[in-house]
Design a protein around this ligand. Structure first.
Ligand code: FES
Length: 195
């Protein structure tokens, strides 16, 4: 005897519970959103590190030697009480964005040995508008050729449009070598602001 007899509760043409769920518009919408969200999330998981890898180190400036003491000369080259000596300050390695450059000239310093174990360093950049200052003929003062600012031998401002003295640089003596930490300051003004 057939189960499909008239009056049976198992009518084969009636939609099953599963088919009813599949046709439910709310359920279909939910599944669609969930699928998109899952796909988007997985895409972000893969894409974010990839983009960061590709862009690194864009926007970053990493100076390996510029903010650290740089060897500029032997202590023996400086004589106590003698006029200052001008030395170039050269970074051994500077990394900027994707490139690494070696032996980068950062500027120049005037070194003055004031005692056996003491050296003072001044930036050669005029704090007015950035020209390079020079030692005067007597070796007892600094003169800027651009607008005639002048500075004492210790860097103090003497005259002219420069509003402050020459910028001092940190200096140290290690194993008979003189090392200078280069800092470039903003031009103009009485305050020293590193740039
Ligand atoms: S740049 Fe030195 S006085 Fe102007």
């Amino acid at each position: 005897m057939s189960d499909d007899a008239p009056g049976s509760n198992h009518d084969k043409h009636a939609p099953s519970a599963g088919a009813a769920h599949a046709d439910d518009p709310g359920r279909r919408r939910f599944l669609k959103i969930a699928t998109c969200a899952l796909g988007g999330g997985m895409g972000a998981v893969v894409a974010v590190p990839a983009v960061r890898y590709l862009l690194f180190p864009m926007g970053r400036k990493v100076v390996l030697s510029g903010g650290e003491p740089i060897d500029v000369c032997a202590l023996d080259q400086l004589v106590v009480g003698a006029p200052p000596v001008r030395v170039p300050v050269i970074a051994r390695s500077v990394r900027d964005a994707w490139s690494t450059v070696t032996d980068v000239p950062l500027g120049a310093a005037w070194l003055r040995r004031t005692a056996d174990d003491k050296v003072e360093a001044l930036s050669s950049i005029c704090p007015h508008l950035g020209c390079a200052v020079a030692l005067d003929a007597a070796g007892q003062a600094f003169q800027c050729p651009c607008h005639d600012s002048s500075f004492k031998i210790d860097g103090a401002r003497e005259s002219g449009p420069a509003e402050r003295g020459l910028d001092p640089l940190a200096v140290e003596v290690v194993d008979g070598r003189v090392r200078v930490t280069w800092v470039q300051y903003r031009q103009g003004g009485t305050d020293r602001e590193p740039v």
